[in-house]
Design a protein around this ligand. Sequence first.
Ligand code: ATP
Ligand code: MG
Length: 137
Amino acid sequence: MERTFAMIKPDGVRRGLTPEILSRIARKGYRVVGLKQMVIPRETAETHYGEHRERPFFGELVDFITGGPVVAIALEGENAIAGWRAMMGATNPANAAPGTIRADFATTTGENVMHGSDSPESAERELGLFFQPSELL
Ligand code: ATP
Ligand code: MG
């Protein structure tokens, strides 16, 4: 069984999409092993998106992700890392396949509703950044 880190970004929370996203997770059959609404500390956001530190949009990205509450989710399921990325759709919603979260609920790359770990290494790192081991049940 594989674990991944998913996050409803501030635009998704602000727009009241949390129940819709949690419903999709349940219908897919993933198990929620950790769940919390939180405002991400700036330092945590900079670590989380560290791979993008040199990109021109980094400052905006960190401002956005720390600008309101997010919902951090630890998911468990068969092939959950790639499976959750598939359910989210492409980074740019214009390229996201119909029926994916980003195609259905987002219009811009900057505010694209969801995050999902992109590899086993990222999943382990991100789960450790957002959850204490005792919070994963
Ligand atoms: P995430 O890591 O948030 O799940 P992703 O893995 O699909 O998304 P990344 O390439 O890791 O995409 O980019 C991280 C986030 O940075 C994107 O989700 C998006 O919000 C933002 N981003 C990426 N590229 C751009 C861009 N060209 N302009 C503005 N924001 C961008
Ligand atoms: Mg990414």
